[in-house]
Design a protein around this ligand. Structure first.
Ligand code: HMG
Ligand code: MG
Length: 298
């Protein structure tokens, strides 16, 4: 069974010009649940000035429908963020840091070294409430300000994050520059230090390499994949960081390979069609483009 972490409500919407109202986000959440998605990154408790698209985090996260076996997740950057998150029924938090100094400063206004104590506070506070914390490392395969990121720097950031107590690290190709050989190189290096079960991948499909990178990650033993409906998404602090790997495209590949995700691909495509109408734009997923306008189910 492959674990798919659906990030469209957070990573997907955080880069959109059109701000989806809270009730529409709730509708999207219901549709994801109906499609069988179990791992849902709902929102982000960051500063609303920096990410206005998710300014309704507290409101949305307080209205989550109960759903058995569903893990609701949210990004939590600091102490203020966890204070807010703890007022809501979110099950699992995610802290984030970059593998490059410049992206970290642009994204969260701190150097890498000064970020760790802030994240430590979040992980310790979360543990006191029995909450699991995932770690994200951004710009693992390339930085919009510094270019290539040395893999040894990625290993060092991951090492420090695991030491803080995160249970898993998601490796982000934030600007979608990774190539299959690079993915293999970085994952091979990381596998010498950490078990593959503790690593996840978070590809952006900006240059069309998202799916092949996911395939390589699968071959390297990774079983947790982040993706967003229709291929929505990006980091506002990484120029050109458009498009997460589309959940539809990932599922088509995985299901075609005989791997189970527990998610209904048709139901997801219908949801993406709905989202295209709400956002008034076409979504880039290849599978969605080939999905019939009106599907007649037998
Ligand atoms: P800051 O301005 O440096 O914080 O923000 P500060 O500690 O200096 O505080 C300044 C003011 O902000 C204070 O208020 C704080 O209370 C308030 P004042 O006293 O002036 O009235 N504040 C907050 N308010 C609400 N919620 C908070 C919060 N923290 C402080 N959590 C901060 C630091 C990290 C919050 C800010 O820089 C921020 O929100 N940045 C946004 C970063 C972001 O969301 N980026 C996108 C997500 S990362 C991503 O997309 C990559 C990923 O997908 C992986 C990949 O793709 O590779 C994960
Ligand atoms: Mg991302």
């Amino acid at each position: 069974m492959i674990k798919v972490v659906e990030v469209s409500l957070r990573d997907g919407l955080q880069n959109e010009k059109l701000i989806l109202p809270t009730h529409k986000k709730k509708a999207l959440l219901q549709k994801l649940l109906a499609a069988g998605v179990k791992e849902i990154e709902v929102t982000s408790f960051v500063h609303p000035t920096w990410i206005p698209q998710l300014a309704d985090a507290d409101q949305l996260a307080s209205q989550l429908p109960f759903a058995a076996d569903v893990n609701y997740r949210a990004l939590v950057p600091n102490k203020k963020g966890i204070e807010r998150a703890l007022q809501t029924p979110i099950h699992e938090y995610a802290v984030f840091i970059s593998a490059s100094e410049s992206h970290n400063r642009k994204n969260i206004h701190k150097g890498i070294r000064e970020t760790f104590p802030v994240l430590k506070e979040v992980v310790e506070e979360a543990a006191g409430y029995g909450k699991k914390v995932r770690g994200y490392v951004s710009v693992v395969f390339g930085c919009p300000y510094e270019g290539k990121v040395p893999p040894s720097q990625v290993v060092s950031v991951c090492e420090q994050l695991f030491k803080l107590g995160v249970y898993e690290i998601s490796l982000g190709d934030t600007i979608g520059v990774a190539t299959p050989t690079q993915v293999k190189e970085v994952l091979t290096l990381l596998a010498k230090e950490f078990p593959a079960e503790k690593l996840a991948v978070h590809f952006h499909d900006t240059r069309g390499t998202g799916l092949v990178n996911a395939y390589v990650a699968l071959e390297c033993g990774i079983t947790t994949f982040d993706s967003a409906l229709g291929g929505l998404g990006g980091c506002p602090y990484a120029l050109g960081a458009s498009g997460n790997l589309a959940t539809e495209d990932l599922l088509y590949m995985l299901h075609g390979m005989g791997l189970n995700t527990g998610i209904d691909l048709d139901a997801l495509c219908e949801t993406s069609r709905w989202l295209e109408r709400e956002l008034r734009k076409k979504l880039p997923s290849k599978v969605l483009q080939s999905y019939p306008k009106k599907k007649h189910r037998s």
